[in-house]
Ligand binder design. Sequence first.
Ligand code: NAD
Length: 486
Amino acid sequence: MNSSPLQAPRTKVKVTAIPGDGIGPEVMRATQTVLAAAGAQVEWEDALAGAEAFRRGIAAGATRETLDSIARNGVALKGPLETPVGFGDKSANVTLRKTFEMYGNIRPVRELPGIRTPFSGRGIDFVVVRENVEDVYAGIEHMQTPGVAQCLKIITEVGCERIVRLAAAVAEAEGRKKVTVATKANIMKLTEGMLKRAAEQVMPEFPHLQHEHMIVDNCAHQMVIRPEQFDVAVMTNMNGDILSDLAAGLVGGLGVAPSANLGDEAAMFEAVHGSAPQIAGKGVANPTALLLSSLMMLRHIGDFATARRIEHALYVTLEEGKDLTGDIARDGEGAPTAAYVDRIIANLDRESTLVPEREYRPIGMKRWPQITWYRAASTRELVGVDVFVESERDPRAISITLQAAAEHSAFDLTMISSRGAQVWPDIGGHTFLVDHFRARFMFKKAPNGNGVAEITDLLQRIGRQHNWMHLEKLQRFDGADAYSKA
Ligand code: NAD
């Protein structure tokens, strides 16, 4: 077996350590103990985030000192943070990801020796690259009527290019051959389609990497039916969230799943699991996921040799199956976290023969200038507006009042839809109706100026009869419709 040619940093690298909540402090201590025993060149800077920060009244869930520490060090290892459910406080995890624009979530999915799953022996070994800051996770939600909620799915061209380039960089860093782009572009042509199109533009720059597109629901199916086919899979935020958890389930579950959050200014490494409050403080938590995350962190700071050494010790320990924690113990009682850690340390100079060697290199991340990204269009036309109205009437009655409202205005009413399905003019079929309608008004002729006066006039006319709550301009950029059909 060839060890990595890249050497450990000569001086210690400062890393922000956020122990977090529940079992966090226990798995953090365990991980730090193993890293220290292996001689990792890391100096820890302890920082606070999560439940204690919320208790202190810090709504963002992370203290100023914590944010400053991450900004200074650029690298953090983080335990799980409790997220308050429902209204009120924000998620501290989201605060950290967003503050440092950690746009890439990297989740390796690799079969672990000794962890029995229905997929054992299949040689599963791939990486999910999930966009981490856009999509419905932008958290822009509105109740449009008392019974109808909306969440905006924000996808940007630059965000798509960025995550595709990161996926390609991850593939190159790990000597992988294929990038699968999984989207729902067949339905969401503009948003999900943007990731597909970004990949089609970017991937030809990497001719040595095979590139394929897969519809995301089929991707979920394929991950279960034939998981060996995947190498690197890249997705928008919510699809990536769901499929990376599915993928973790293939190789032993969240308790052994590591992750990295990468951005230009900072990288944060964390286990995928939560704070497991049921077992917190009992000394029985499994630290494997955070330990594997710390190996990603060691590679990030260039300490490839120590990462490899610990990885082998961990694999030997899992293979032999002695002193495993309760969640992964093969028989009988599980061992305490401390015994598992001692066993890994005792195995530090042993090598596993079961795991195919992978030669890691630094991930060549492009740096994205901190500017306002502006995408010009050679032509743009305003052709109409979609006005969303709340009404308990039926579509025909609504059409009559809306047509009357548009009479002598700059617009024609061309269509009314309810939850995306056309309900006027009637095209047959049975549409379940709720009090939320989209009325499409097209300009009779192109407006002279920016169209604002005509739109304002229309809204006033509609507002006399209807409660409208939302408006979208219908535009054409570079000669192409920039809106979906009903
Ligand atoms: P969880 O991951 O904490 O627990 C799910 C199950 O897995 C539980 O049975 C738990 O005991 C077990 N488990 C998890 N990690 C384990 C480990 N290392 N060793 C042994 N068993 C382990 O998920 P949850 O119960 O849904 O969430 C609990 C809290 O964690 C919530 O407040 C949630 O918001 C938070 N959370 C945080 C993160 C994060 O910080 N990244 C991620 C997920 C959940």
